[in-house]
Write a protein that binds this ligand. Structure first.
Ligand SMILES: [Zn+2]
Length: 246
């Protein structure tokens, strides 16, 4: 593809165009401490086209012209080809992890944060020993922000248990891919995977769902850390005073 044609992939006046939306979202995520110091990132899929923020850039200062674009269908391991690549930047090491969410879950957006609350939850699980590979929480209103699972209609209920698998960190982020994919297989209904001492990957059917699930999760992780400090368990058995509605 000629350079001019390739640049058209990231040129649009529409604020909802992925090349415009990713920098706008990352600037917001930066203010939340999710993508500090160039860590973390965001990717959006529009049908077969995948837009990805580059590696090593200040996430609050990104421009549409910094975006990588690739065809999901055209990717064959281990070769990765881009329809459009910005000059003088490097592809994100998160790329194969984002692609896993798109290819295996049909996600429309995937967000990766280095949120301190996510990191702290993985440290608390590590410290408590036993099976530290799943974060579980129930009987908290914000759990209703999550879908029931891949291919399932509706959201979790107040009394349902939210489960987020935890994988161990690797020295190179792209090497997390096989563990992330294994966690997706083992937890088919999860919309997120925690990475120990690192952060979290969250995806959704579209940008709206990925963003709201990421926000809900960060809220729950912060709550979980505070609950642990106060000696309050994450899983509770409380009386149900009203029925679920369909
Ligand atoms: Zn990371």
């Amino acid at each position: 593809m000629a350079a001019n044609d390739a640049d058209k992939l990231v040129t649009s006046n529409d604020p909802e165009h992925p090349a415009n939306l990713i920098p706008a979202l990352c600037a917001k995520f930066w203010t939340l401490g999710w993508v500090t110091g160039t860590g973390g990132g965001c990717s959006i899929r529009d049908d077969d086209l995948v837009y990805i923020a580059p590696s090593g850039v200040q996430k609050e200062l990104m421009k549409p012209s910094d975006m990588y674009v690739l065809s999901l269908a055209a990717q064959t391991d281990p070769t990765r080809t881009y329809l459009r690549a910005p000059p003088r930047l490097r592809p994100s090491q998160c790329t194969p992890l984002f692609l896993a969410a798109f290819a295996r879950r049909g996600a429309g957006c995937c967000i990766h944060t280095h949120s301190q609350w996510a990191v702290l939850v993985t440290l608390l699980l590590e410290q408590q020993g036993g099976d530290s590979r799943v974060f579980e929480m129930n009987n908290i209103e914000q759990i209703k922000g999550f879908g029931r699972g891949f291919g399932k209609a509706g959201n979790l209920g107040y009394h349902d248990t939210l489960r987020i698998p935890v994988i161990e960190n690797t020295p190179h982020e792209e090497d997390l891919t096989e563990y992330l994919e294994a966690a997706m297989e083992a937890h088919p209904d999860a919309y997120a995977v925690l990475v120990r001492r690192h952060g979290v990957y969250v995806w959704g059917d579209n940008v709206h769902k990925a963003k709201t699930q990421c926000e809900s999760l960060d809220y729950l992780f912060q709550l979980a850390v505070e609950m642990k400090k106060l000696g309050i368990p994450w899983i509770s058995d409380i009386p149900r005073i009203a029925p679920d509605r369909a």
